[in-house]
Design a protein around this ligand. Structure first.
Ligand code: SAM
Length: 475
C-alpha cells in the first residue's frame, strides 16, 4: 500500500525535498527487529557473550534469541537488534517473559527517565497496552516502586495484564479506566507517562493498516484526545515530578503542537527536566518546545521506527496537595496466619512482602507499595496487581500460573521439572508431556532455566496446568 498522498506532500513540504524523500523512502524498507531483555530473569548479566555468538558458562542458553543478535540498542542497556525476525511464538523464553519484543526507538523512554532516579518511585503509564513501556518502567522502578499501568480499552487491558504477569516483577497494578479517574489521584505520582494514541505515521513502515487508517481528520481527532489526556496526566503528577509525553507519529500537531497547547494552559507550573546526553551518532533529532526537551526518531536517521518523546517537570513550587478519591469498596481481605506462613514459603524475600486475599485467590505485594495498591483498588477497576499466588487449601498452596513467572519465586518451594525444547513446546500447547521429568505432586515447569508454569504429576499422568488463554495454537 502506498503512503497516503497528503502525508507525503506534507513531509516534503515540512522537511524539504531531500530530507522528506529520504524519510518516505525509508518507510518502504524492512523495519529492524529488536528485543529488550528482562534484567530480573538473568538477561543482562549473561548477555554480552551470547550477543557476540560466544559460549561459556554464563552464556545464556536461556536466551537463544540473541544468537541472532545484530548489535545493541545504544540507548537501552537491555536492548538488542536481531538480524532477522525469528518465530517468537516458538521460543519458550518469549513465553517465560525473559524478553519483550519492543521496537528500538520506544526503548528510549527508559533512557529519558534514568534508572537511579526511578527506583522506588510511583510511575503512572496512562496509555499502557500492550505493555512495552510498562514492563520497561517496572524494571526501572524495582521492588520498592510501583507502576500503575492503565488501559482504557478492556480487551487490550487483558493483553496488558497477561504481559505484566509474564514480566514477573510483581510491582505493577493494571487498571482499565478513563484517564480522568487516574487524574483524581492528584499529585500522587512521581512520574506520569503519556504514550498517546496517535495517527501512527511512525508505524507506516511496520504496519500497512496504519497507512490505511490515516486521514487529516483523524490527526485532528487524535490531537484533541491527546490534549485531554495530558490534562489528566498533569493533575496526577506531583510537584517536582516528571512528565513524559510520546507518540509514534511525525505529525507536528500531535507532537510539538500538543506541547505548545499544554504550555499555554500549564504555564509557569511547567519546568525543565535535567539534560541528558544524546550521542549524535544515534541519529536522534533533539529539540526544545518551551521548557520541554524533545527527541525525534526518523527511520532514515536512527535505527528504529518513527517516534517522538518529550520530557518536562512539574515545578517544585507548583503547589497542590496530594489527594486520592474516596474508597468505594473493600477489596482485600486478610489471610490467616497459617496461610500467610505457607505463602511466605513460596517467595524469596518474605520479609519484603505482604499478602492479601481477593475473592478466593491470595496475592503477594511488595510491602513498600502495598498501601498504595490498596488505595487504588478501593477506588478504581484494578484488573491485576502484585502477583497472584493462588489458593491455599488445607494449608497447601495451589499455585496460580502467574506465580511461575514471578521473579521473586522461591524455587526451593517446589520440585523443578526442566523440559527440553520440544517438550517445552508441548507443554505450552497444553499437550501431554512425558511423566519422567516430573516429581510426584506439584512441579514448576522450566525450559532453559526459565519458568513457564506448573504441572502436577499423579502416578504416570501429568496434569498440565498451563492456562488455556496463553496456550500456543500455532504449529
Ligand atoms: N504504551 C504502549 C506500549 O508501549 O506498549 C502503547 C500505547 S498505544 C500507543 C496507545 C494506547 O492508548 C492504546 O492502547 C489505546 O487503546 C489507548 N487509548 C485510546 N484512547 C484513549 C484515551 N482516550 N485515553 C487513554 N488511552 C487511550
Amino acid at each position: 500500500m502506498a503512503l497516503p498522498a497528503k502525508f507525503s506532500e506534507r513531509v516534503l513540504r515540512d522537511l524539504g525535498e531531500a530530507e522528506g524523500a529520504a524519510l518516505c523512502a525509508a518507510l518502504d524498507t524492512e523495519p529492524p527487529v529488536s528485543v529488550r531483555l528482562n534484567p530480573a530473569k538473568g538477561g543482562v548479566a549473561a548477555e554480552p557473550g551470547a550477543a557476540q555468538g560466544q559460549s561459556g558458562p554464563d552464556a545464556p542458553a536461556a536466551l537463544a534469541v540473541l544468537r541472532n543478535a545484530d548489535g545493541r540498542v545504544p540507548w537501552c542497556g537491555e536492548g538488542y537488534y536481531l538480524a532477522a525476525r525469528p518465530q517468537f511464538t516458538l521460543d519458550s523464553d518469549f513465553h517465560a517473559g525473559a524478553y519483550y519484543v519492543q521496537e528500538a526507538a520506544s526503548q528510549f523512554v527508559g533512557y529519558l527517565l534514568g534508572g537511579v532516579e526511578t527506583a522506588g518511585k510511583r510511575i503512572l503509564d496512562l496509555c499502557a497496552a500492550p505493555g512495552g513501556k510498562t514492563t520497561l518502567y517496572a524494571s526501572l522502578a524495582g521492588p520498592d516502586g510501583l507502576v500503575v499501568a492503565n488501559e482504557i480499552d478492556r480487551r487490550r487491558a487483558q493483553v496488558l495484564a497477561d504481559n505484566v504477569r509474564k514480566w514477573g516483577t510483581g510491582n505493577i497494578a493494571v487498571t482499565a479506566c478513563e484517564p480522568r479517574l487516574l487524574g483524581d489521584f492528584e499529585a500522587w505520582f512521581d512520574v506520569v507517562a503519556v504514550d498517546a494514541p496517535c495517527s501512527g505515521e511512525g508505524m507506516f513502515r511496520k504496519d500497512m493498516q496504519a497507512r490505511g487508517e490515516w486521514s487529516e481528520n483523524n490527526v485532528k481527532v487524535c490531537a484533541a484526545r491527546q490534549d485531554a489526556i495530558l490534562r489528566e496526566a498533569w493533575r496526577a503528577l506531583k510537584p517536582g515530578g516528571k512528565l513524559l509525553y510520546s507518540t509514534c507519529t511525525f505529525n507536528r500537531d500531535e507532537d510539538e503542537g500538543a506541547l505548545e497547547r499544554m504550555l499555554a494552559w500549564a504555564g509557569a507550573e511547567l519546568a525543565e527536566a535535567e539534560d541528558i546526553t544524546v550521542d549524535r551518532a544515534w541519529g536522534i533529532a533533539c529539540g526544545r518546545v518551551g521548557v520541554f526537551r524533545t527527541y525525534r526518531f526518523y527511520p532514515h536517521r536512527a535505527r528504529g521506527e518513527g517516534f517522538f518523546a518529550a520530557v518536562a517537570r512539574k515545578a517544585f513550587d507548583a503547589g497542590g496537595r496530594s489527594r486520592t478519591p474516596r474508597a468505594r469498596r473493600t477489596v482485600f481481605a486478610a489471610v490467616d496466619k497459617a496461610s500467610a506462613a505457607e505463602l511466605r514459603r513460596w517467595v524469596r524475600s518474605p520479609g519484603r512482602m505482604c499478602f492479601a486475599a481477593v475473592g478466593d485467590t491470595c496475592y503477594g505485594y511488595y510491602a513498600a507499595q502495598a498501601e498504595a495498591v490498596k488505595t487504588l483498588a478501593e477506588a478504581l477497576p484494578v484488573i491485576y496487581a502484585g502477583v497472584a499466588m493462588g489458593q491455599v487449601f488445607k494449608g497447601r498452596l495451589r499455585p496460580d500460573p502467574a506465580l511461575a513467572f514471578f521473579c521473586g519465586l522461591e524455587r526451593e518451594a517446589v520440585p523443578v521439572a526442566e523440559l527440553g525444547g520440544d517438550e517445552a513446546l508441548r507443554y505450552l500447547r497444553k499437550q501431554e508431556v512425558p511423566a519422567e521429568a516430573f516429581a510426584e505432586g506439584m512441579n514448576l515447569v522450566c525450559a532453559r532455566g526459565h519458568a513457564l508454569g506448573f504441572a502436577k504429576r499423579i502416578g504416570n499422568r501429568v496434569n498440565n496446568m498451563y492456562p488455556n488463554s496463553l496456550r500456543i495454537i500455532k504449529q
